[in-house]
Design a protein around this ligand. Sequence first.
Ligand SMILES: [Zn+2]
Ligand SMILES: [Zn+2]
Ligand SMILES: [Zn+2]
Length: 154
Amino acid sequence: MTAEFDCPFCGHTNEYDDDDDQEFGFPCGNCPATIDLEYEDGYVAVMKACLKLECQCLKCAGDLALEITEKEGSDTGFCSKCKSKLLVTWSDSDVDDVEITETTIDFYCPCDGTALRLAEITSEDGGKEMLCRECDHNLSVTWCDWQLAEISVG
Ligand SMILES: [Zn+2]
Ligand SMILES: [Zn+2]
Ligand SMILES: [Zn+2]
């Protein structure tokens, strides 16, 4: 028995054959979506559809892949490279906007080269004081556009 159903992402009409096809992870014939189905008495119902959305981090151009289940929406994920938290908004199964909502800034102490990190940065520009754990100097670190701007020893 075969039955037809429409892809929730692109609207393409797919044909399901209950002899050959899998109910889980059915690949849409027109777009990269995979669809979970339920087949009963000659009818198929779409249970869940998934599409992988590829985005790029604004800070380091690293990749982020989100699994989306709706044509439009927004979700957060982490950059695979710099671990920044990114807010992705999409519509029509396409990326509309990527925003950084949180990042970490790695830097080295100018006195002794100790690797230090400022975590949980949630504003685009700002500054923070930090003690180097090795030399005990007070460092004043500023950032701009989510990237390290200046380090001064206080
Ligand atoms: Zn499709
Ligand atoms: Zn990144
Ligand atoms: Zn130091």
